[in-house]
Write a protein that binds this ligand. Structure first.
Ligand code: GSH
Length: 253
């Protein structure tokens, strides 16, 4: 089996896929796209992924897009040595329901603080026409970019995103409690844990770890996922925003 992963080091959606590939010890060729330079909008990439986003997986010439779909696909084509999908249909349905919640809530909400805190200086430096042309060229994120503008999302939108993230931490806490933990759905790690991992890592990277400090089950879950052997190779140097954007480092003006 040969895998090519089109992705970006700091992309949360890409990090899901790298984690599963690493956990399964599947060798893959990594093609890194520069998202701020617009590599994902070039015709040759759009031919693979018409949404103009990463990640995209090429498995022996078969193109699979969307991180949630890709990680389910990988668990089907390479069920060992580590598997992330429960055995019974009921448990699988629970996992998929949680994955849909994660895509709709934390994975979407995390874009607002990410763009406002990390990427904004790059867009603020563009001329208005250049920014609008860049936004207009995005098949999936045009309206998101135009709503943000070169000045960033207003405080109200930041607060709403943080509230959606908070409800996500609470849902994680309930899920760990109800399943008996330590993972979201019980004693085994599943794709739901992998799906939410990058949003939590991102918020910690943005120095917001205190937002779930009162939820010890989530604190423990975070320690556990960081201790997985697949974690370190997934978050290789350059995967965190604080490594790439000096203005985010503590004490930066
Ligand atoms: N639902 C898609 C979303 C992919 C997505 O939003 N990717 C982001 C990086 S995490 C991206 O490529 N953004 C580029 C852009 O906004 O132009 C997935 O999970 O694969």
């Amino acid at each position: 089996m040969s895998f090519i992963l089109y992705n970006a080091p700091q992309s949360t959606c890409s990090q899901r896929v790298r984690f599963v590939l690493n956990a399964k010890r599947l060798p893959f060729e990594e093609k890194k796209l520069d998202l701020l330079a617009g590599d994902q909008l070039k015709p040759e990439y759009l031919a693979l992924n018409p949404n103009g986003v990463v990640p995209t997986l090429d498995h022996d010439g078969n193109i699979v897009i969307d991180s949630s779909v890709i990680i389910e696909y990988l668990d089907e084509v390479a069920p060992g040595p580590e598997t992330f999908t429960p055995d019974t249909p009921v448990a699988r349905a629970k996992m998929r329901a949680l994955m849909r919640f994660i895509d709709e809530m934390p994975a979407a909400a995390v874009r607002v603080p990410t763009f406002n805190l990390a990427f904004l200086p790059r867009f603020a430096a563009m001329g208005e026409d250049e920014f609008i042309a860049f936004a207009e060229s995005k098949p999936l994120r045009k309206e998101f970019m135009l709503a943000m503008g070169r000045k960033g999302f207003p405080q109200k939108e930041m607060d709403q995103a943080l509230a959606r993230l908070r409800r996500s931490y609470e849902r994680m806490d309930e899920s760990i409690r109800d399943s008996g933990g330590p993972w979201l759905l019980g004693k085994d790690i599943t794709l739901a844990d992998v799906s939410v991992m990058p949003a939590i890592v991102r918020m910690a990277d943005l120095n917001r770890e205190s937002d779930w400090a009162d939820l010890p089950r989530v604190v423990k879950w975070f320690e556990l996922i960081r201790a997985q052997p697949a974690f370190k190779p997934t978050y290789y140097p350059g995967s965190l925003l604080t490594e790439r954007f000096p203005h985010l480092q503590k004490g930066a003006a």
